[in-house]
Design a protein around this ligand. Structure first.
Ligand code: AHG
Ligand code: MN
Ligand code: MN
Ligand code: MN
Length: 358
């Protein structure tokens, strides 16, 4: 043979989307939304990769976002990139972002009207040190017609109206506050030594790695399954003193070599959910952000972080739990709601839950 033929047979995200469309798993509207997100992720990957060179590190100077966190330049840029790509898809009715105070109705929607929730840049405390960051997203069908919002109300660029909530904002919030079990699609993109997009449309989990020379995401992980058990835990143990008794007892037990045949668990914690979760998905183990005395519901946001990741975990044979209940069953009561998250290998998450049952 002159050359290895398979190295030129790229199975791209675009090919995969067309195939899933042909199989009837998604329609062309949804495929368009996913494509527009993949474009956003490529743009963010490029911005993150050049951030040190093109002065994109550091804080934005916009002050605190609605989460009470100081926005980094790349938080703002990534949010703008996501919003632009979704608007230009013409298929999104309402978008909700970690970085936006309220959900936003998209004026440019033609059809589809999908509801998209996202964390444009996850792990932003890590970016200035060149450590892995990511983006997380989820797509819902409208729970009440977005068309009717526009029918009744003038389309506004944002749902935000000076003063009180008006009815159009309420309609946006209702559409966004859906339980995770309604998700049609969830995914994330990890920007790291390589850039990997992990995606589920409710039929298994697939991973696509960005080929920087071709500029396409290429299928590299076919139907990811999280190992049923795994001896890596990923918690911010700095918060130990503030944890409740069950969580402390659980952590003490992981560190007890006698309990595990002489070898305790290994600790790995980046402080980027996307990176920590991606490792957990591939190697097995558990990622946890429990509630604590200061933050009763922990830190992670239900809509942009916990629900999409839990959908992916379940689709890979794992679990996503608060310790007391399935994350995907939670009916959000507010857009920026936080919930405790225990996620990863089924047996590991069940083991955590057992400390609440006893
Ligand atoms: P974001 O950067 O999108 O605000 O998310 C930060 C989250 C998540 O990425 C990470 O797992 C967690 O915060 C880390 O929190 P601690 O610094 O409290 O460990
Ligand atoms: Mn943030
Ligand atoms: Mn985040
Ligand atoms: Mn973020």
């Amino acid at each position: 043979e002159v050359y290895n033929k398979s190295q030129f047979e790229l199975y791209t995200l675009t090919t995969w989307l067309l195939q899933e469309q042909r199989k009837g798993k998604i329609d062309s509207e949804l495929a368009t939304v996913i494509s527009s997100i993949s474009l956003a992720c490529k743009q963010i990957a490029a911005a993150v990769g050049r951030s040190g060179i093109s002065s994109l590190t550091g804080v934005a100077g916009t002050g605190e976002n609605v989460q009470g966190e100081e926005q980094k330049k790349l938080d703002v840029i990534s949010n703008d990139i996501f919003c632009n790509c979704l608007r230009m898809s013409g298929r999104t009715g309402v978008i909700a972002s970690e970085e936006e105070a309220t959900p936003v109705a998209v004026e440019e929607t033609d059809s589809g009207n999908y509801i998209v929730v996202f964390d444009p840049l996850d792990g932003s405390s890590n970016i200035d040190a060149g450590i892995s960051v990511g983006s997380i997203f989820g797509i819902y069908e409208p729970s009440i017609s977005v068309g009717s919002i526009f029918g009744i109300y003038e389309p506004s660029e944002t749902c935000m109206v000076d003063g009180d909530l008006d009815q159009s904002l309420e309609a946006c919030i209702t559409n966004v506050c859906q339980p995770g079990k309604n998700l049609l699609v969830a995914g994330y993109c990890l920007y790291s030594s390589c850039h990997t997009m992990v995606l589920t449309i409710g039929d298994g989990v697939y991973g696509f790695t960005l080929d920087p020379y071709v500029g396409e995401f290429v299928l590299t992980h076919n139907r990811i399954q999280v190992p049923e058990v795994g001896k890596i835990y990923s918690f911010n143990e700095g918060n130990y003193a503030m944890w409740d008794e069950p969580t402390k007892k659980y952590m003490d037990s992981l560190k007890d070599p006698a309990k595990w045949g002489g070898k305790p668990y290994s600790a790995r914690y980046i402080g980027s959910l996307v990176g920590d979760f991606h490792r957990t998905l591939l190697y097995g183990g558990i990622y946890g952000y429990p509630g604590d005395a200061k933050n009763k519901n922990g830190k992670l946001r239900l809509l942009y972080e916990c629900a999409p990741m839990s959908f992916i975990a379940e689709q890979a044979g794992g679990m996503g739990s608060t310790g007391k209940e399935r994350v995907l069953d939670i009916q959000p009561t507010e857009v920026h709601q936080r919930v405790p998250l225990m996620i990863g290998s089924k047996k590991e998450v069940e083991y955590y839950e057992s400390f609440y049952k006893n």
